[in-house]
Design a protein around this ligand. Structure first.
Ligand code: BGC
Length: 529
Protein backbone atom coordinates (compact mmCIF):
# COMPACT_ATOMS: atom_id res chain seq x y z
CA UNK A 1 0.00 0.00 0.00
CA UNK A 2 1.27 3.45 -0.84
CA UNK A 3 2.03 5.84 1.94
CA UNK A 4 1.94 9.62 2.28
CA UNK A 5 -0.32 11.55 -0.02
CA UNK A 6 -0.02 9.09 -2.85
CA UNK A 7 -2.05 6.18 -4.06
CA UNK A 8 -0.81 3.39 -6.28
CA UNK A 9 -2.11 3.53 -9.80
CA UNK A 10 -2.92 0.65 -12.04
CA UNK A 11 0.46 0.63 -13.72
CA UNK A 12 2.44 0.93 -10.54
CA UNK A 13 2.81 4.73 -10.86
CA UNK A 14 1.75 6.70 -7.81
CA UNK A 15 -1.01 9.26 -8.10
CA UNK A 16 -1.07 12.29 -5.92
CA UNK A 17 -4.03 12.11 -3.57
CA UNK A 18 -4.83 13.76 -0.27
CA UNK A 19 -7.54 12.67 2.10
CA UNK A 20 -9.83 15.61 1.41
CA UNK A 21 -13.08 16.57 3.17
CA UNK A 22 -15.00 15.13 0.29
CA UNK A 23 -13.40 11.76 0.92
CA UNK A 24 -14.40 12.04 4.55
CA UNK A 25 -17.98 12.81 3.55
CA UNK A 26 -17.80 9.65 1.45
CA UNK A 27 -16.98 7.68 4.58
CA UNK A 28 -20.10 9.07 6.17
CA UNK A 29 -22.03 7.98 3.11
CA UNK A 30 -20.68 4.49 3.58
CA UNK A 31 -21.85 4.65 7.15
CA UNK A 32 -25.43 5.51 6.28
CA UNK A 33 -25.77 3.02 3.41
CA UNK A 34 -24.41 0.23 5.61
CA UNK A 35 -26.39 1.34 8.66
CA UNK A 36 -29.60 1.22 6.69
CA UNK A 37 -28.94 -2.31 5.46
CA UNK A 38 -27.89 -3.48 8.91
CA UNK A 39 -30.87 -1.89 10.62
CA UNK A 40 -33.23 -3.74 8.29
CA UNK A 41 -31.41 -7.02 8.94
CA UNK A 42 -31.57 -6.59 12.70
CA UNK A 43 -34.96 -5.05 13.29
CA UNK A 44 -37.29 -7.78 12.09
CA UNK A 45 -36.30 -10.45 14.63
CA UNK A 46 -36.97 -8.30 17.67
CA UNK A 47 -40.23 -7.01 16.29
CA UNK A 48 -41.30 -10.55 15.49
CA UNK A 49 -40.77 -11.50 19.11
CA UNK A 50 -43.05 -8.68 20.36
CA UNK A 51 -46.48 -10.01 21.43
CA UNK A 52 -48.34 -6.84 20.33
CA UNK A 53 -46.89 -7.08 16.85
CA UNK A 54 -47.76 -10.76 16.58
CA UNK A 55 -51.28 -10.19 17.90
CA UNK A 56 -51.94 -7.55 15.27
CA UNK A 57 -50.43 -9.16 12.19
CA UNK A 58 -49.92 -12.83 12.97
CA UNK A 59 -52.62 -13.84 15.47
CA UNK A 60 -52.07 -17.53 14.69
CA UNK A 61 -48.44 -17.34 15.74
CA UNK A 62 -49.37 -15.26 18.75
CA UNK A 63 -51.78 -17.95 19.94
CA UNK A 64 -49.13 -20.64 19.47
CA UNK A 65 -46.54 -18.68 21.41
CA UNK A 66 -49.02 -17.97 24.21
CA UNK A 67 -50.07 -21.60 24.39
CA UNK A 68 -46.44 -22.55 24.92
CA UNK A 69 -44.97 -25.94 24.24
CA UNK A 70 -48.07 -27.84 25.32
CA UNK A 71 -49.69 -27.59 21.94
CA UNK A 72 -46.77 -27.33 19.55
CA UNK A 73 -43.19 -28.34 19.68
CA UNK A 74 -40.86 -25.78 21.20
CA UNK A 75 -39.05 -25.69 17.95
CA UNK A 76 -42.16 -24.89 15.90
CA UNK A 77 -43.73 -21.98 17.75
CA UNK A 78 -42.72 -19.46 15.12
CA UNK A 79 -42.99 -21.66 12.06
CA UNK A 80 -45.22 -19.54 9.85
CA UNK A 81 -44.68 -18.70 6.17
CA UNK A 82 -46.27 -15.24 6.50
CA UNK A 83 -44.03 -14.35 9.40
CA UNK A 84 -40.98 -15.45 7.45
CA UNK A 85 -42.21 -13.48 4.45
CA UNK A 86 -42.19 -10.35 6.61
CA UNK A 87 -38.43 -10.80 6.96
CA UNK A 88 -37.63 -12.34 3.60
CA UNK A 89 -39.67 -10.15 1.21
CA UNK A 90 -37.09 -7.43 1.65
CA UNK A 91 -34.35 -9.60 0.18
CA UNK A 92 -36.47 -10.84 -2.70
CA UNK A 93 -37.25 -7.23 -3.67
CA UNK A 94 -33.60 -6.32 -3.16
CA UNK A 95 -32.28 -8.90 -5.56
CA UNK A 96 -34.76 -7.87 -8.25
CA UNK A 97 -33.88 -4.21 -7.76
CA UNK A 98 -30.17 -4.95 -8.19
CA UNK A 99 -30.61 -5.37 -11.94
CA UNK A 100 -32.31 -2.00 -12.31
CA UNK A 101 -29.68 -0.51 -10.04
CA UNK A 102 -26.91 -1.83 -12.26
CA UNK A 103 -28.54 0.07 -15.14
CA UNK A 104 -29.08 3.33 -13.25
CA UNK A 105 -25.56 3.34 -11.78
CA UNK A 106 -24.25 3.18 -15.34
CA UNK A 107 -26.61 5.54 -17.12
CA UNK A 108 -27.68 8.05 -14.47
CA UNK A 109 -24.67 7.82 -12.18
CA UNK A 110 -23.85 6.67 -8.67
CA UNK A 111 -25.29 9.70 -6.91
CA UNK A 112 -28.83 9.59 -8.39
CA UNK A 113 -28.88 5.84 -7.70
CA UNK A 114 -28.16 6.47 -4.02
CA UNK A 115 -30.85 9.11 -4.03
CA UNK A 116 -33.34 6.63 -5.48
CA UNK A 117 -32.34 4.21 -2.70
CA UNK A 118 -32.93 6.90 -0.06
CA UNK A 119 -36.40 7.69 -1.42
CA UNK A 120 -37.37 4.00 -1.48
CA UNK A 121 -36.17 3.68 2.10
CA UNK A 122 -38.15 6.68 3.31
CA UNK A 123 -41.43 5.56 1.72
CA UNK A 124 -40.83 2.00 2.96
CA UNK A 125 -40.24 3.19 6.51
CA UNK A 126 -43.40 5.31 6.48
CA UNK A 127 -45.52 2.37 5.26
CA UNK A 128 -44.01 0.08 7.89
CA UNK A 129 -44.35 2.40 10.84
CA UNK A 130 -47.93 3.29 9.88
CA UNK A 131 -48.99 -0.26 8.91
CA UNK A 132 -52.44 -1.27 9.96
CA UNK A 133 -52.61 -4.46 7.97
CA UNK A 134 -50.28 -7.15 6.68
CA UNK A 135 -50.36 -5.86 3.11
CA UNK A 136 -49.02 -2.47 4.19
CA UNK A 137 -46.37 -4.15 6.26
CA UNK A 138 -45.13 -6.35 3.41
CA UNK A 139 -45.38 -3.47 0.86
CA UNK A 140 -43.16 -1.43 3.17
CA UNK A 141 -40.63 -4.25 3.44
CA UNK A 142 -40.61 -4.60 -0.37
CA UNK A 143 -39.84 -0.89 -0.78
CA UNK A 144 -37.07 -1.17 1.81
CA UNK A 145 -35.74 -4.09 -0.22
CA UNK A 146 -35.67 -1.94 -3.35
CA UNK A 147 -33.68 0.58 -1.32
CA UNK A 148 -31.23 -2.14 -0.29
CA UNK A 149 -30.82 -3.28 -3.92
CA UNK A 150 -30.05 0.24 -5.12
CA UNK A 151 -27.88 1.21 -2.16
CA UNK A 152 -25.80 -1.98 -2.06
CA UNK A 153 -24.98 -1.60 -5.73
CA UNK A 154 -24.22 2.12 -5.74
CA UNK A 155 -22.61 2.84 -2.37
CA UNK A 156 -19.68 0.38 -2.55
CA UNK A 157 -19.01 1.43 -6.15
CA UNK A 158 -19.18 5.09 -5.18
CA UNK A 159 -16.74 4.50 -2.35
CA UNK A 160 -14.24 2.57 -4.43
CA UNK A 161 -14.23 5.30 -7.01
CA UNK A 162 -13.94 8.24 -4.70
CA UNK A 163 -11.36 6.79 -2.31
CA UNK A 164 -7.63 7.03 -2.89
CA UNK A 165 -6.38 3.49 -3.52
CA UNK A 166 -4.51 3.27 -0.25
CA UNK A 167 -7.69 3.40 1.84
CA UNK A 168 -9.96 1.53 -0.55
CA UNK A 169 -9.80 -1.84 1.21
CA UNK A 170 -10.37 -0.24 4.60
CA UNK A 171 -13.37 1.67 3.31
CA UNK A 172 -14.81 -1.52 1.93
CA UNK A 173 -14.75 -3.21 5.34
CA UNK A 174 -15.98 0.01 6.91
CA UNK A 175 -19.18 -0.55 4.96
CA UNK A 176 -19.51 -3.96 6.61
CA UNK A 177 -18.67 -2.43 10.00
CA UNK A 178 -21.60 -0.12 9.56
CA UNK A 179 -23.84 -3.01 8.63
CA UNK A 180 -22.98 -4.56 11.99
CA UNK A 181 -23.52 -1.25 13.81
CA UNK A 182 -26.93 -1.01 12.10
CA UNK A 183 -27.82 -4.50 13.36
CA UNK A 184 -26.70 -3.63 16.90
CA UNK A 185 -28.58 -0.33 16.81
CA UNK A 186 -31.75 -2.19 15.76
CA UNK A 187 -31.29 -4.73 18.57
CA UNK A 188 -30.86 -1.94 21.12
CA UNK A 189 -33.92 -0.12 19.83
CA UNK A 190 -35.96 -3.33 20.04
CA UNK A 191 -34.76 -3.89 23.56
CA UNK A 192 -36.05 -0.44 24.49
CA UNK A 193 -39.29 -0.41 22.51
CA UNK A 194 -40.33 -3.86 23.72
CA UNK A 195 -40.84 -2.24 27.10
CA UNK A 196 -43.38 0.28 25.77
CA UNK A 197 -46.75 -0.58 27.23
CA UNK A 198 -49.12 1.02 24.72
CA UNK A 199 -48.60 -1.69 22.07
CA UNK A 200 -46.90 0.64 19.61
CA UNK A 201 -43.27 -0.21 20.43
CA UNK A 202 -42.88 -2.11 17.16
CA UNK A 203 -43.95 1.02 15.23
CA UNK A 204 -41.12 2.94 16.82
CA UNK A 205 -38.67 0.15 15.99
CA UNK A 206 -39.69 0.11 12.35
CA UNK A 207 -39.96 3.91 12.20
CA UNK A 208 -36.50 4.60 13.53
CA UNK A 209 -35.10 3.11 10.32
CA UNK A 210 -36.04 6.56 9.05
CA UNK A 211 -32.91 7.99 10.67
CA UNK A 212 -30.33 6.21 8.46
CA UNK A 213 -32.75 6.55 5.51
CA UNK A 214 -32.84 10.34 5.86
CA UNK A 215 -29.09 10.50 6.37
CA UNK A 216 -28.49 8.53 3.18
CA UNK A 217 -30.87 10.75 1.20
CA UNK A 218 -29.36 14.00 2.46
CA UNK A 219 -25.88 12.54 1.97
CA UNK A 220 -26.66 11.67 -1.63
CA UNK A 221 -27.79 15.24 -2.23
CA UNK A 222 -24.61 16.66 -0.73
CA UNK A 223 -21.87 14.55 -2.29
CA UNK A 224 -20.45 14.93 -5.74
CA UNK A 225 -20.77 12.44 -8.57
CA UNK A 226 -17.66 10.30 -9.04
CA UNK A 227 -15.23 11.31 -11.79
CA UNK A 228 -15.45 7.78 -13.21
CA UNK A 229 -19.17 8.04 -13.68
CA UNK A 230 -18.90 11.51 -15.26
CA UNK A 231 -16.26 10.28 -17.70
CA UNK A 232 -18.28 7.15 -18.42
CA UNK A 233 -21.16 9.41 -19.47
CA UNK A 234 -18.97 11.66 -21.62
CA UNK A 235 -18.78 14.63 -19.21
CA UNK A 236 -15.00 14.84 -19.38
CA UNK A 237 -14.37 18.42 -18.19
CA UNK A 238 -16.63 17.99 -15.23
CA UNK A 239 -14.94 14.68 -14.47
CA UNK A 240 -11.53 16.30 -14.40
CA UNK A 241 -12.73 19.17 -12.21
CA UNK A 242 -14.21 16.74 -9.72
CA UNK A 243 -11.04 14.67 -9.70
CA UNK A 244 -9.02 17.81 -8.82
CA UNK A 245 -11.45 18.61 -6.04
CA UNK A 246 -11.50 15.17 -4.45
CA UNK A 247 -7.75 14.60 -4.72
CA UNK A 248 -6.99 18.10 -3.38
CA UNK A 249 -4.43 18.80 -6.10
CA UNK A 250 -4.24 20.15 -9.65
CA UNK A 251 -1.84 17.43 -10.58
CA UNK A 252 -4.38 14.85 -11.70
CA UNK A 253 -3.36 14.34 -15.34
CA UNK A 254 -1.88 10.85 -14.86
CA UNK A 255 -4.88 9.59 -12.94
CA UNK A 256 -7.28 11.25 -15.37
CA UNK A 257 -5.54 9.63 -18.33
CA UNK A 258 -5.79 6.30 -16.58
CA UNK A 259 -9.45 6.91 -15.96
CA UNK A 260 -10.11 7.76 -19.62
CA UNK A 261 -8.34 4.60 -20.68
CA UNK A 262 -10.22 2.47 -18.17
CA UNK A 263 -13.47 3.97 -19.35
CA UNK A 264 -12.58 3.38 -23.00
CA UNK A 265 -11.82 -0.25 -22.27
CA UNK A 266 -14.95 -0.67 -20.25
CA UNK A 267 -17.02 0.82 -23.10
CA UNK A 268 -15.60 -1.74 -25.51
CA UNK A 269 -17.39 -4.37 -23.56
CA UNK A 270 -20.81 -4.37 -25.11
CA UNK A 271 -22.22 -7.25 -23.13
CA UNK A 272 -20.77 -7.17 -19.63
CA UNK A 273 -22.92 -10.03 -18.37
CA UNK A 274 -22.11 -12.26 -21.35
CA UNK A 275 -18.46 -11.36 -20.92
CA UNK A 276 -18.66 -12.51 -17.34
CA UNK A 277 -19.50 -16.00 -18.57
CA UNK A 278 -16.38 -16.33 -20.72
CA UNK A 279 -13.98 -19.04 -19.74
CA UNK A 280 -11.20 -16.78 -18.57
CA UNK A 281 -13.54 -15.02 -16.15
CA UNK A 282 -14.62 -18.33 -14.67
CA UNK A 283 -12.38 -18.30 -11.57
CA UNK A 284 -13.58 -14.90 -10.37
CA UNK A 285 -17.19 -15.72 -11.16
CA UNK A 286 -17.10 -19.10 -9.43
CA UNK A 287 -15.38 -17.61 -6.40
CA UNK A 288 -17.73 -14.63 -6.13
CA UNK A 289 -20.82 -16.82 -6.40
CA UNK A 290 -19.45 -19.51 -4.09
CA UNK A 291 -18.45 -16.97 -1.45
CA UNK A 292 -21.93 -15.48 -1.38
CA UNK A 293 -23.61 -18.88 -1.09
CA UNK A 294 -21.15 -19.98 1.58
CA UNK A 295 -21.48 -16.71 3.51
CA UNK A 296 -25.19 -17.28 3.89
CA UNK A 297 -24.83 -21.02 4.52
CA UNK A 298 -22.75 -20.31 7.61
CA UNK A 299 -26.21 -19.72 9.07
CA UNK A 300 -25.31 -16.23 10.27
CA UNK A 301 -28.65 -14.72 9.37
CA UNK A 302 -30.49 -17.37 11.28
CA UNK A 303 -28.90 -15.63 14.24
CA UNK A 304 -29.05 -12.05 12.95
CA UNK A 305 -32.70 -12.23 11.91
CA UNK A 306 -34.06 -14.57 14.47
CA UNK A 307 -31.83 -14.34 17.55
CA UNK A 308 -34.64 -13.07 19.82
CA UNK A 309 -37.01 -15.70 18.45
CA UNK A 310 -34.34 -18.37 18.79
CA UNK A 311 -33.56 -17.43 22.37
CA UNK A 312 -37.23 -17.37 23.19
CA UNK A 313 -37.59 -20.81 21.57
CA UNK A 314 -34.90 -22.00 23.96
CA UNK A 315 -36.99 -20.86 26.86
CA UNK A 316 -35.44 -17.45 27.57
CA UNK A 317 -37.98 -14.85 28.69
CA UNK A 318 -38.71 -12.14 26.12
CA UNK A 319 -36.49 -9.63 27.92
CA UNK A 320 -33.59 -12.07 28.15
CA UNK A 321 -34.05 -12.94 24.48
CA UNK A 322 -33.73 -9.33 23.36
CA UNK A 323 -30.88 -8.75 25.76
CA UNK A 324 -28.99 -11.73 24.34
CA UNK A 325 -29.56 -10.40 20.83
CA UNK A 326 -27.92 -7.14 21.92
CA UNK A 327 -24.93 -9.11 23.23
CA UNK A 328 -24.46 -11.03 19.97
CA UNK A 329 -24.89 -7.75 18.05
CA UNK A 330 -22.11 -6.14 20.06
CA UNK A 331 -19.80 -9.11 19.52
CA UNK A 332 -20.50 -8.78 15.81
CA UNK A 333 -19.38 -5.13 15.75
CA UNK A 334 -16.25 -5.64 17.84
CA UNK A 335 -15.08 -8.67 15.88
CA UNK A 336 -15.45 -6.79 12.60
CA UNK A 337 -12.84 -4.38 13.97
CA UNK A 338 -10.50 -7.35 14.34
CA UNK A 339 -10.93 -7.99 10.65
CA UNK A 340 -10.19 -4.39 9.66
CA UNK A 341 -7.02 -4.58 11.69
CA UNK A 342 -5.77 -7.95 10.54
CA UNK A 343 -7.00 -8.56 7.02
CA UNK A 344 -4.00 -7.00 5.30
CA UNK A 345 -1.58 -8.46 7.84
CA UNK A 346 -2.48 -12.13 8.27
CA UNK A 347 -4.39 -12.36 5.01
CA UNK A 348 -7.80 -13.58 3.92
CA UNK A 349 -7.14 -17.31 3.99
CA UNK A 350 -5.87 -17.44 7.56
CA UNK A 351 -8.94 -15.55 8.80
CA UNK A 352 -11.33 -17.77 6.86
CA UNK A 353 -9.67 -21.03 7.89
CA UNK A 354 -9.37 -20.12 11.57
CA UNK A 355 -12.99 -19.00 11.57
CA UNK A 356 -14.01 -22.28 9.95
CA UNK A 357 -12.65 -24.25 12.91
CA UNK A 358 -14.20 -21.86 15.44
CA UNK A 359 -17.63 -21.85 13.79
CA UNK A 360 -17.70 -25.61 13.34
CA UNK A 361 -16.79 -26.21 16.96
CA UNK A 362 -19.31 -23.75 18.41
CA UNK A 363 -22.18 -24.99 16.24
CA UNK A 364 -21.57 -28.60 17.22
CA UNK A 365 -21.50 -27.67 20.91
CA UNK A 366 -24.79 -25.74 20.55
CA UNK A 367 -26.40 -28.69 18.77
CA UNK A 368 -25.28 -31.12 21.48
CA UNK A 369 -26.56 -28.95 24.34
CA UNK A 370 -29.90 -28.37 22.66
CA UNK A 371 -30.17 -31.99 21.61
CA UNK A 372 -29.87 -33.09 25.20
CA UNK A 373 -31.71 -30.30 26.95
CA UNK A 374 -34.45 -28.96 24.70
CA UNK A 375 -36.95 -31.51 23.48
CA UNK A 376 -40.24 -30.90 21.68
CA UNK A 377 -42.35 -30.42 24.72
CA UNK A 378 -40.00 -29.67 27.53
CA UNK A 379 -37.00 -27.55 28.04
CA UNK A 380 -34.78 -27.79 31.03
CA UNK A 381 -32.02 -25.52 29.97
CA UNK A 382 -30.57 -24.54 33.32
CA UNK A 383 -29.09 -21.09 33.75
CA UNK A 384 -25.58 -22.48 33.31
CA UNK A 385 -26.40 -24.18 30.02
CA UNK A 386 -28.33 -21.15 28.80
CA UNK A 387 -25.25 -19.02 29.37
CA UNK A 388 -23.10 -21.60 27.62
CA UNK A 389 -25.40 -21.45 24.59
CA UNK A 390 -25.11 -17.66 24.49
CA UNK A 391 -21.31 -17.87 24.85
CA UNK A 392 -21.14 -20.40 22.00
CA UNK A 393 -23.37 -18.25 19.80
CA UNK A 394 -21.04 -15.32 20.52
CA UNK A 395 -18.00 -17.47 19.69
CA UNK A 396 -19.64 -18.33 16.41
CA UNK A 397 -20.69 -14.75 15.60
CA UNK A 398 -17.18 -13.46 16.41
CA UNK A 399 -15.63 -15.92 13.96
CA UNK A 400 -18.10 -14.97 11.23
CA UNK A 401 -17.55 -11.27 11.81
CA UNK A 402 -13.83 -11.37 11.24
CA UNK A 403 -14.04 -13.70 8.27
CA UNK A 404 -16.99 -14.48 6.05
CA UNK A 405 -18.86 -11.27 6.94
CA UNK A 406 -16.45 -8.72 5.50
CA UNK A 407 -14.45 -11.04 3.23
CA UNK A 408 -17.51 -12.35 1.45
CA UNK A 409 -17.81 -8.83 0.08
CA UNK A 410 -14.18 -7.79 -0.09
CA UNK A 411 -12.79 -10.69 -2.10
CA UNK A 412 -15.18 -10.47 -5.08
CA UNK A 413 -14.69 -6.69 -5.19
CA UNK A 414 -10.94 -7.05 -5.51
CA UNK A 415 -10.70 -9.93 -7.96
CA UNK A 416 -12.86 -8.92 -10.94
CA UNK A 417 -11.03 -7.01 -13.68
CA UNK A 418 -12.60 -3.72 -14.77
CA UNK A 419 -14.31 -5.15 -17.84
CA UNK A 420 -16.50 -7.34 -15.66
CA UNK A 421 -16.39 -5.48 -12.35
CA UNK A 422 -19.77 -3.79 -12.47
CA UNK A 423 -21.55 -6.89 -13.78
CA UNK A 424 -19.60 -8.95 -11.24
CA UNK A 425 -20.78 -6.69 -8.43
CA UNK A 426 -24.41 -7.10 -9.53
CA UNK A 427 -24.11 -10.86 -9.60
CA UNK A 428 -22.40 -10.82 -6.19
CA UNK A 429 -25.11 -8.70 -4.57
CA UNK A 430 -27.83 -10.68 -6.29
CA UNK A 431 -26.60 -14.13 -5.25
CA UNK A 432 -26.07 -12.84 -1.72
CA UNK A 433 -29.60 -11.49 -1.46
CA UNK A 434 -31.04 -14.64 -3.05
CA UNK A 435 -29.46 -16.85 -0.41
CA UNK A 436 -30.28 -14.38 2.34
CA UNK A 437 -33.88 -14.63 1.14
CA UNK A 438 -33.80 -18.43 1.20
CA UNK A 439 -32.45 -18.53 4.75
CA UNK A 440 -34.91 -15.88 5.93
CA UNK A 441 -37.83 -17.72 4.39
CA UNK A 442 -36.80 -21.20 5.43
CA UNK A 443 -35.07 -20.92 8.79
CA UNK A 444 -38.06 -21.07 11.14
CA UNK A 445 -39.48 -24.02 9.23
CA UNK A 446 -36.09 -25.71 9.20
CA UNK A 447 -35.81 -25.16 12.94
CA UNK A 448 -39.21 -26.81 13.32
CA UNK A 449 -38.21 -29.87 11.29
CA UNK A 450 -34.49 -30.26 12.00
CA UNK A 451 -34.76 -29.05 15.63
CA UNK A 452 -31.29 -28.89 17.18
CA UNK A 453 -29.95 -30.57 14.02
CA UNK A 454 -30.21 -27.22 12.24
CA UNK A 455 -26.88 -26.32 13.82
CA UNK A 456 -25.33 -29.54 12.53
CA UNK A 457 -26.70 -28.68 9.10
CA UNK A 458 -24.93 -25.33 9.11
CA UNK A 459 -21.77 -26.81 10.59
CA UNK A 460 -21.54 -29.27 7.68
CA UNK A 461 -21.64 -26.31 5.34
CA UNK A 462 -18.85 -24.70 7.33
CA UNK A 463 -16.78 -27.83 6.73
CA UNK A 464 -17.43 -27.73 2.99
CA UNK A 465 -16.58 -24.04 2.69
CA UNK A 466 -13.38 -24.45 4.68
CA UNK A 467 -12.21 -27.11 2.23
CA UNK A 468 -13.12 -24.78 -0.61
CA UNK A 469 -10.96 -22.06 0.95
CA UNK A 470 -8.13 -24.46 1.59
CA UNK A 471 -7.89 -25.71 -1.98
CA UNK A 472 -9.54 -23.18 -4.24
CA UNK A 473 -9.31 -19.72 -2.76
CA UNK A 474 -6.02 -17.98 -3.53
CA UNK A 475 -4.58 -15.38 -1.18
CA UNK A 476 -5.14 -11.84 -2.46
CA UNK A 477 -3.57 -9.93 0.41
CA UNK A 478 -1.42 -6.99 -0.70
CA UNK A 479 -1.77 -7.79 -4.38
CA UNK A 480 -2.74 -4.76 -6.47
CA UNK A 481 -5.98 -5.37 -8.35
CA UNK A 482 -4.29 -4.89 -11.69
CA UNK A 483 -1.81 -7.65 -10.98
CA UNK A 484 -4.31 -10.30 -9.91
CA UNK A 485 -4.28 -12.10 -13.25
CA UNK A 486 -0.50 -12.46 -13.42
CA UNK A 487 0.26 -13.00 -9.77
CA UNK A 488 -2.77 -14.90 -8.58
CA UNK A 489 -4.79 -16.64 -11.23
CA UNK A 490 -1.98 -17.63 -13.60
CA UNK A 491 -0.05 -19.12 -10.70
CA UNK A 492 -2.86 -21.04 -9.05
CA UNK A 493 -2.67 -24.84 -9.25
CA UNK A 494 -6.28 -25.13 -10.39
CA UNK A 495 -7.43 -21.79 -11.78
CA UNK A 496 -4.37 -21.31 -14.00
CA UNK A 497 -5.92 -23.60 -16.60
CA UNK A 498 -8.60 -20.99 -17.27
CA UNK A 499 -5.99 -18.33 -17.92
CA UNK A 500 -4.54 -19.97 -20.97
CA UNK A 501 -4.55 -17.23 -23.65
CA UNK A 502 -4.61 -19.71 -26.51
CA UNK A 503 -8.20 -20.71 -26.16
CA UNK A 504 -10.27 -18.70 -28.55
CA UNK A 505 -13.14 -18.14 -26.24
CA UNK A 506 -10.86 -17.01 -23.47
CA UNK A 507 -9.61 -14.11 -25.45
CA UNK A 508 -11.48 -10.93 -25.02
CA UNK A 509 -13.60 -10.10 -28.01
CA UNK A 510 -14.01 -6.38 -28.10
CA UNK A 511 -16.28 -4.20 -30.20
CA UNK A 512 -17.68 -5.86 -33.30
CA UNK A 513 -16.37 -9.16 -32.13
CA UNK A 514 -12.79 -8.01 -32.76
CA UNK A 515 -10.34 -10.43 -31.23
CA UNK A 516 -7.24 -9.21 -29.54
CA UNK A 517 -4.55 -10.63 -27.36
CA UNK A 518 -5.18 -10.09 -23.70
CA UNK A 519 -2.55 -7.38 -23.37
CA UNK A 520 -4.00 -4.41 -25.17
CA UNK A 521 -7.53 -4.80 -24.03
CA UNK A 522 -9.61 -5.43 -20.98
CA UNK A 523 -7.74 -8.65 -20.25
CA UNK A 524 -4.85 -6.56 -19.03
CA UNK A 525 -6.87 -5.13 -16.25
CA UNK A 526 -5.36 -1.66 -16.28
CA UNK A 527 -7.85 -1.04 -13.67
CA UNK A 528 -8.87 1.56 -11.34
CA UNK A 529 -12.45 1.35 -10.40
C1 BGC B 1 -24.00 -10.37 5.40
C2 BGC B 1 -25.36 -10.18 5.98
C3 BGC B 1 -25.29 -10.39 7.47
C4 BGC B 1 -24.25 -9.52 8.10
C5 BGC B 1 -24.08 -9.83 9.56
C6 BGC B 1 -23.05 -9.45 6.06
O1 BGC B 1 -21.79 -9.58 5.51
O2 BGC B 1 -24.02 -10.16 4.01
O3 BGC B 1 -26.25 -11.07 5.37
O4 BGC B 1 -26.52 -10.13 8.05
O5 BGC B 1 -23.02 -9.69 7.45
O6 BGC B 1 -23.18 -8.97 10.15
Amino acid sequence: MAGGGFATASNGVEFEAKITPIVIISCIMAATGGLMFGYDVGVSGGVTAMPDFLKKFFPVVHRKVEAGADRDSNYCKYDNQGLQLFTSSLYLAGLTATFFASYTTRTLGRRPTMLIAGVFFIIGVILNAAAHNLAMLIAGRILLGCGVGFANQAVPLFLSEIAPTKIRGGLNILFQLNVTIGILFANLVNYGTAKIKGGWGWRLSLGLAGVPALLLTVGALLVTETPNSLVERGRLDEGKAVLRKIRGTDNVEPEFADLLEASRLAKEVKHPFRNLLQRRNRPQLVIAVALQIFQQCTGINAIMFYAPVLFSTLGFGSDASLYSAVVTGAVNVLSTLVSIYSVDKVGRRVLLLEAGVQMFFSQVVIAVILGIKVTDHSQNLSKGFAILVVVMICTYVAAFAWSWGPLGWLIPSETFPLETRSAGQSVTVCVNLLFTFIIAQAFLSMLCHFKFGIFLFFSSWVLVMSFFVMFLLPETKNIPIEEMTERVWKKHWFWARFMDDHHDDQVFSGVNGKKSNGKSNGFDPSTRL
